[in-house]
Structure formats: structure tokens, C-alpha cells
Design a protein around this ligand. Structure first.
Ligand code: HEC
Ligand code: HEC
Length: 475
């Protein structure tokens, strides 16, 4: 079922071979790939193979993604229930135009922030140790502040605090003499309003990732992901990816994590439900508390009005509303790559493979026949991810585990659409916290299992490096 390219770097004489165009690679999402204009709305297009009837649902999902939630009580019961604590008032405020968020160093400019801090503490009791070990929960929340720092609150309630970032620059020299400056962030929280954080608090900054092709990633068979897993590096390529096993709340079983920077979420549904709850403060039939991430210690938060209504399945947002959001998120289609056959792009592709990038950024998969998911069924896709966790070294470590992911591990992010980041979002901030300001900086942050690949890029001739970046920009 799965693809296609060898998992070890090819010998030098194979390189020119690999520079050959592979039929289909210009359509990263298979038949879902669209040919709409490559403007700032290029990430907001539906699967090209979607039926006319389904486009209506997609449109409804789109408006829910942009919907600005308001506090309760309100005359519009369809849009109330915001907070009491929250980070943003709509999905789109973070996933801007279905693309990625951007880090802002200082509040209050950062108030509608698309970069937030996850919070947790090491297990304190045997029960907590057991729950973590059995994969029933991903992390132990801070007893006061919960699982995420909410930097906003409805009127009359204090926001929890504000994230502050300071950056320290350091220089990397490339073999051709080029100097690149990397900025390392340090995070602090100011204006803590509910007392101290736990003494063993762990923070993990997370930038809103782009929303492309999520239904296709969800459709990749477990077996194809497992086939790439090599936890003990038996093939000796220095790379030991493994899946994150996380708790699927709907199926009530362990499942491979696919979404989030540490693959902490198994499905678009679960990710959507927790976004509504933790990021916006909206309860759903799946996660019924209308109080989001308020903890028992935040009594003022729990005393706020809630927005449950019969019209919304006695929740703040109905199961139908969640389904429309999920349908929308699954069907945001990757754009066609018009330059896939350009010689410079193909040269960059060969360098990508020769540098070992494709050992983690796995080019291609096939999705199985799935009659219930018409658009995603039986497609050859080109996401450039293995969906596995990798130790990326100390430089990128957040020192905060999530399910089985350690504080040094991150999921390989897909690279499809990455060259359009600036077009859609007007910036080029990459990696889990947006520290990288260019694609080259993102590569130079790679360490741990990717240290060899990074070194190969440092050693490239100038023109080879440019070809590699041209290839990435063509994705
Ligand atoms: C406050 C900012 C914020 C808001 C609001 C927000 N998200 Fe997210 N979203 C994120 C971040 C950050 C991540 C990565 C989370 C992680 O690493 O665990 C994410 C991840 C996701 C993912 C997984 C994407 C991937 O490639 O892994 C989906 C799907 C998603 N969000 C959907 C939604 C939906 C639907 C809404 C609205 C109901 C929403 N989000 C609202 C910040 C936000
Ligand atoms: C060992 C696995 C591994 C290898 C090898 C690897 N990467 Fe990555 N890559 C990752 C992971 C994991 C991340 C996310 C790290 C983070 O956000 O902290 C990442 C992030 C990126 C990003 C930023 C993506 C985004 O959405 O912000 C780019 C660009 C990238 N890699 C390109 C490359 C290139 C080019 C190479 C080869 C020179 C390469 N990678 C080799 C695992 C790998």
C-alpha cells in the first residue's frame, strides 16, 4: 500500500536518477488537489473531487471556522458560550486563512495570539503515573491553571496570564562562508492572576499549524505508518521514528497520534473538540463542560454563566456543528504544484533525498478505499511526513512529554504547501513555536536524529542549497 521511495539515502550515482519527475507528484493531495489561484486564499479551497451537494456542507463549515463566539448570556444562542477563559474567539484567529499562526513577542499585541503555552506537571500520585503509563491521558495539568495558559477571559474575570518571549541570536557558519543567525526563544509568564504555578511546571509553546490535507493524513492506514517505524534503528540510518500512542476518546482505545506538533491527537474530530473546549471555551456533546479549561481551584471561573441550550444538544455547540467543522477541516485541499517538473526543482528534490530529509519527511502514501470518505478514498498523496516522532535534539526540546512523546521528540510535520506560507500568512515563521524566520533557519534547527541531514545542508555548495530551497518552495 505504501510508498515508494527507499528509506535510506541513495548512493551518489543514483542521484541523477532520482532527479526524475515522478508522475502524480504535482498533485500532492491526489484528486483532492485544486488548481485555484495561488493567492492568499489558496489554503481555503475544498477538495477538488467533492460533490456539489457536499460543497454546501463545506461552506457551512467554513462559516463556523470563522464564527466569532460571544459570551453568554446573549440573544444569539447559536454563537454564545465563549470562555470563561479562552485564547481566541474563532478558529480562524489562530489558523489564519487556514494557514499558520505567527508568534508575537509582546502582549498586548499578542492578545489574539496564535501561539500559546501548554502546561503540565510530572505525575504526583500512583494513579497519575498509571494513567500516563496506560496512555489514558497525555499529561497532568497544572492544578490551578489547567492544561493551557489562557491569556484572555470574558468581562469580569481575570485572564490567567501573558506569555512573554525573549530571543537570543546565535550564528551558524555554512561551508560556503554564509552566516545564518538563529534566534532561540525563552518563555516567561507575566501577570499570573490565580497564584503561583506548580513548582515543577513544564511549558510547551505551540504555534497554530496550517490546516491542509488533514482528512488525507487521517486516512493513511496505521499499517503504513507502522511500516516506517523503526524505534531501535534496526536499519542503521541513525533515524528511529516511532508513533505516539494516544487515547481516542470516541473509540475508547489507544490509537496512533497524527495531529498536533507532538502527534498528541488521533483524529480531526478529537482535535476539533479539544480546540473548542481549550482554545475558545466552548462545550460540545463530546466534551460537555461549558467551562473549558477552568480548574476546580478557579472558582470565579466556574461561577460564570454558561451557554448550554436545547437548540445545541444541551451544549454550547451541537454535535452537528462539530461535524460540519470536522468535514470542513478534513477537506481543505492541497494546491497543485505547477513547478513540479522544473529542472531546478527536480535538482532540489534529489538533494532533499540525498541529504536524508525524506527519511522523515516521507514523500508519498496511498490511502485505502473508504466509501464513507469519498474525497479521501484511494488517493496517492505527497504530504512529506511519516507522522512519527523523532528526537530533534536539545535545541528544539521543550522538556514536556505528551503521551509517549518525550520532551525532545516532535512529529515530522507535513511539508505540502509550505512554499505558500508567505502568500497566505504574510510571514515565514516555521517550527513548533515559529522561531525560524526562513526555511533555511528551520533546517539549521534540526538536531538529534536529524543532525546528519543538517550537516549535509551546511556542507552543500551554494547552488545546491538554493536548489533545495527552491524545491521546498515548490511544495
Ligand atoms: C488559540 C489558537 C487556536 C485556536 C483558536 C484554534 N486552534 Fe487549532 N491548533 C492550534 C495549535 C497551537 C495547534 C497545534 C496543537 C498541538 O501541537 O497540540 C492546533 C492544531 C489543530 C489541528 C491539527 C492540525 C495538524 O496539522 O496537526 C486541527 C485540526 C485544528 N487545530 C482545528 C481547529 C479548529 C476546528 C478550531 C476551532 C474550533 C481551532 N483549531 C482553533 C491553535 C488554535
Ligand atoms: C529525523 C527526522 C527529520 C529529518 C531527517 C528532517 N526533518 Fe525536517 N522536521 C522534522 C521534525 C520533527 C520537524 C518539526 C520540529 C519542530 O517543530 O520543532 C521538522 C521541521 C521541518 C521544517 C519546518 C516545517 C514547519 O511546518 O514549520 C522544514 C522546512 C523541514 N523540517 C525541512 C527539512 C529538510 C529540508 C530536511 C533535510 C535537510 C529535513 N527537514 C530533515 C523531522 C526531520
Amino acid at each position: 500500500m505504501l510508498a515508494l521511495l527507499s528509506t535510506s539515502a541513495p548512493a551518489a550515482e543514483e542521484v541523477d536518477q532520482l532527479a526524475i519527475y515522478t508522475p502524480g507528484e504535482e498533485r500532492p493531495g491526489g484528486e483532492t488537489s485544486h488548481r485555484k489561484p495561488r493567492d492568499r486564499h489558496v489554503f481555503s479551497q475544498p477538495s477538488a473531487n467533492m460533490s456539489f451537494a457536499d460543497r454546501l456542507s463545506f461552506g457551512l463549515g467554513d462559516s463556523l471556522f470563522d464564527k466569532i463566539w460571544v459570551p453568554s448570556p446573549s440573544s444569539t444562542t447559536a454563537s454564545d458560550g465563549l470562555g470563561p477563559l479562552y485564547n481566541a474567539r474563532s478558529c480562524d484567529q489562530c489558523h489564519q486563512r487556514d494557514g499558520r499562526g505567527q508568534p508575537k513577542a509582546n502582549w498586548p499585541e499578542a492578545l489574539a495570539t496564535s501561539l500559546f503555552l501548554r502546561l503540565s506537571i510530572p505525575p504526583q500520585t500512583d494513579t497519575q503515573r498509571q494513567q500516563l503509563k496506560r496512555g489514558r491521558i497525555g499529561a497532568i495539568p497544572d492544578p490551578t491553571y489547567g492544561i493551557q495558559l489562557q491569556n484572555r477571559a470574558i468581562n469580569g474575570l481575570d485572564a490567567e496570564g501573558h506569555m512573554q518571549i525573549t530571543y537570543t541570536e546565535s550564528q551558524v557558519s555554512l561551508a560556503d562562508g554564509t552566516q545564518v543567525s538563529l534566534r532561540k526563544p525563552t518563555y516567561h509568564i507575566s501577570e499570573l492572576k490565580y497564584g503561583p504555578l506548580h513548582s515543577q511546571i513544564m511549558l510547551s509553546p505551540r504555534l497554530a499549524p496550517p490546516m491542509l490535507g488533514l482528512g488525507l493524513l487521517e486516512a493513511i492506514p496505521d499499517s503504513a505508518i507502522m511500516a516506517l517505524s523503526d524505534p531501535d534503528d534496526l536499519n542503521g540510518d541513525g533515524i528511529s521514528g516511532r508513533p505516539n500512542w494516544v487515547w481516542d476518546q470516541q473509540q475508547e482505545q489507544l490509537a496512533i497520534g497524527r495531529f498536533g506538533w507532538k502527534a498528541g491527537n488521533p483524529s480531526v474530530l478529537q482535535q476539533t473538540v479539544s480546540a473548542l473546549s481549550h482554545d475558545i471555551g466552548i462545550g460540545t456533546p463530546y466534551q460537555p463542560s461549558p467551562y473549558g479549561d477552568c480548574t476546580v481551584r478557579q472558582t470565579a471561573c466556574l461561577a460564570q454563566p454558561e451557554g448550554n441550550t436545547p437548540q445545541q444538544d444541551n451544549s454550547e455547540a451541537s454535535a452537528e456543528l462539530v461535524e460540519l467543522l470536522v468535514f470542513y477541516s478534513r477537506n481543505l485541499a492541497p494546491p497543485v504544484r505547477p513547478d513540479a517538473q522544473q529542472p531546478e526543482v527536480l535538482r532540489g528534490k534529489a538533494i532533499f533525498q540525498r541529504s536524508g530529509c525524506s527519511n522523515c519527511h516521507q514523500p508519498s502514501f496511498e490511502t485505502p478505499n473508504e466509501p464513507n470518505l469519498a474525497e479521501q478514498s484511494a488517493q496517492q498523496i505527497w504530504p512529506y511526513t511519516d507522522l512519527l516522532l523523532h528526537d530533534m535534539g536539545e535545541g528544539l526540546a521543550d522538556h514536556r512529554p505528551e503521551y509517549s512523546a518525550t520532551g525532545r521528540e516532535w512529529k515530522t510535520p507535513p511539508l505540502w504547501g509550505i512554499g505558500l506560507t508567505n502568500t497566505v500568512n504574510g510571514h515565514q515563521y516555521f517550527l513548533h513555536d515559529g522561531r525560524a524566520r526562513t526555511l533555511l533557519e528551520a533546517i539549521l534547527w534540526h538536531g538529534g536524529e536529524a543532525a546528519n541531514a543538517r550537516q549535509k545542508v551546511i556542507n552543500l555548495a551554494t547552488s545546491e542549497r538554493h536548489a533545495l530551497i527552491t524545491f521546498l518552495e515548490s511544495l
